[in-house]
Design a protein around this ligand. Structure first.
Ligand code: ADP
Length: 606
């Protein structure tokens, strides 16, 4: 019998399992039991839907047999089983969205993190066994097949015998060593305690001999007061909702117009594919304890897409199809309630667990901002109080409400400044004067920030205003300062002509303090937004309407006036250089770096 080869990515995972230094090897049992339970769900679901099938609850169970003689442990289920083809495709390759990730080469430490995120699944058997036999008979089939593998060199599938549908998985345990006791998995009480620890909530009986070991009450049906944080954390890990421990859990039990139980989690880490197109939001959906969908997207709005967990309701029909679910009134009601609950809990966390909230916001804040921007700001009211921005005066993250409450009486706007980092923003010429005036400035370092704020436009009747935009209303006399003499105007017109394909206008400004020059934008598109839009691969190239502003109280201005009178060529060199400086300060590219260098050189040689 020729051996079949594992697919490359499975080989890699198997290698990791075999040479695993994973300290929690005992979790193999939880993984296999959870697969058994899934297979039973599938069978159960089928039986409930098909009137022709006789349905007997007592037919659904999992059994565990340790055997000291052969040094094996067998996990038996009466689930849906696997056909020959399914054995080949399901166990020959990791049928997971995450398998792509394994193709990329990772350092060992990171590998384990990734495994943690997906859950280790069937392959975890190889952490404790050097040979694994799977004997399975698919429901509705006469023949059974046996899959066997001793590790990386491949697997075989042969015809076998089995009385009824379901799967037996037999692990031939590795030899114990000084570091590792494999024989513990042959001891009755050890296995019992592992089942209690990891699989107590499995909804089918897990039997050893005459005894049923697990309590079978799903966690979400239990009373909140009986449960500890650890119970929720374990459940999170068991179900592969995320890596590590969750930041927060939310347990809801509602009896009313629609009854449901839900356990929701806010992860403490960003899933590796979260900010990609591949990520799929959704919650597990159960109808009276039977899973009907693994990821039901309709339960969560996009802006809460990071939430993980499950919902169980007895008001949902089991036979409902995917399309019907979308229009199901009960489901819509549940999703509305869940959304309100998540919102409430986040606000609560913001108020009383600020540090946790800030951690949450670092991970998922962008999602909330996208939420504000989406669909023309339809959800902005709901989301605006969940936002945090870095504040110039507080030097930490603040809410919009905190900002507005602190605003000075004569402060007309909520000021913000955009840039790559807080440090860069700090050095922006436009920021200086606003800070000098004693006004707080919010720092926008996320690409989406300005887009979201443009959608908000106002918060509590206060308008947002970029420090780089036209009128900042800092000084009453600012207007005057802007209008120079006639001669100044002639000089500005000259510079405007010189730079006409690069800027809309050249003006004097009172907004600057120590810097001689800055760029601002007029119209709806800011300079930051131009950068973002132009960095998108297929984005249309757009230009902000840029204004070159010259500091009216800077001594350089006298020099420019002088050159305007006596040396126009030199003035042009200055003009181009000033634009270059302003572009660099904004983090924009010099359109003509060669000219820029020649101009500098020219000045140096004088
Ligand atoms: P996952 O369970 O996350 O899909 P696994 O590697 O644990 O990944 O299992 C791969 C697939 O093998 C499962 O999706 C399932 O289709 C099948 N499988 C595993 N164990 C069983 C079982 N006891 N009965 C039926 N099918 C199973």
């Amino acid at each position: 019998m020729a051996k079949k080869q594992f697919k490359a990515e499975s080989k890699r995972l198997m290698e990791l399992m075999i040479h695993s230094i994973y300290t929690n090897k005992e979790i193999f049992l939880r993984e296999l039991i959870s697969n058994a339970s899934d297979a039973m769900d599938k069978m159960y679901y089928r039986a409930l839907q098909d009137d022709a099938l006789e349905f007997r609850r007592e037919d659904y169970y999992i059994e565990i047999f340790p055997d000291k003689e052969t040094r094996t442990i067998t996990i038996r289920d009466t689930g849906i089983g696997m056909t020959r083809e399914e054995l080949d495709s399901n166990l020959g390759v990791i049928a997971r969205s995450g398998s792509d990730q394994f193709k990329k080469d990772h350092e060992t430490a990171e590998d384990y993190q990734i495994i943690g995120q997906f859950g280790v699944g069937f392959y975890s058997a190889f952490m404790v066994a050097d040979r694994v036999t799977v004997n399975s008979r698919a429901f509705g089939q006469e023949e059974a097949y046996q899959w066997e593998s001793s590790g990386i060199d491949g697997y075989t599938i042969t015809k076998s015998e089995k009385e009824s549908h379901g799967t037996d998985i037999t692990l031939h345990l590795r030899e114990s060593s000084d570091e590792e006791d494999m024989d513990r998995y042959l001891k009755d009480y050890e296995i019992r305690s592992l089942i209690k620890k990891y699989s107590d909530f499995i909804r089918y009986p897990i039997r050893m001999g005459e005894d049923t070991i697990n309590s079978m009450v799903p966690l979400w049906r239990k009373n909140k007061s009986e449960l500890t944080r650890e119970d929720y954390d374990n459940f999170y890990e068991e179900n592969h909702f995320g890596f590590g421990k969750p930041l927060k859990h939310i347990h809801v039990s509602v009896d009313g117009a629609v009854s449901y139980n839900a356990i929701l989690y806010i992860p403490s880490r960003v899933p590796y594919d979260y900010y990609t197109k591949e990520f799929q939001k959704g919650l597990e959906l159960y109808s009276s304890g039977v899973m009907i969908m693994k990821r039901c997207p309709d339960l969560l709005p996009d802006h809460f897409g990071f939430v993980q967990g499950l919902v169980d309701s007895e008001d949902l029909s089991l036979n409902i199809s995917r399309e019907m679910l979308q229009n199901d009134r009960q489901l819509r009601l549940i999703s509305k309630k869940i959304r309100e609950k998540i919102h409430q809990e986040l606000l609560q966390m913001l108020r009383v667990q600020r540090e946790d909230y800030e951690e949450f916001f670092r991970n998922f804040g962008r999602t909330l901002k996208f939420g504000i921007y989406n669909e023309f700001g339809k959800d902005k009211e709901e989301l605006q109080d969940l936002l945090l921005f870095y504040s110039s005066s507080e030097e930490k993250m603040v809410t919009l409400e905190e900002y507005v409450d602190r605003m000075k009486e004569d402060q007309p706007f909520i000021y913000f400044a955009s840039g790559e980092t807080a440090e860069r923003i700090n050095r922006m010429p436009q920021v200086e004067k606003v800070l000098d005036k004693g006004f707080e400035v919010l720092y926008f370092t996320d690409e989406v920030d300005e887009f979201a704020i443009q959608m908000l436009w106002k918060y509590k009747d206060k308008e947002f205003r970029s420090v780089s935009s036209g009128d900042l209303k800092l000084d009453e006399d600012q207007e005057e300062k802007r209008d120079g003499s006639d001669e100044d105007q002639e000089m500005l017109d000259h510079l405007k002509k010189l730079l006409e394909d690069k800027v809309e206008d050249v003006r004097l400004t009172g907004r600057l303090k120590s810097h001689p020059v800055c760029l601002t934008a007029e119209g709806p598109l800011s300079i930051e937004m131009e950068k973002v839009l132009n960095s998108m691969a297929d984005g249309e190239k757009m230009k902000a309407r840029k204004i070159l502003e010259l500091n009216s109280s800077h001594p350089l201005l006298d020099r420019l006036r002088e050159l305007y009178r006596s040396n126009r060529d030199q003035l042009d060199v200055y003009g181009r250089l000033l634009l270059g400086q302003a572009l660099i300060l904004e983090g924009l590219d010099l359109e003509d770096p060669i000219q820029f260098n020649q101009d500098i050189l020219k000045l140096m040689m004088e």
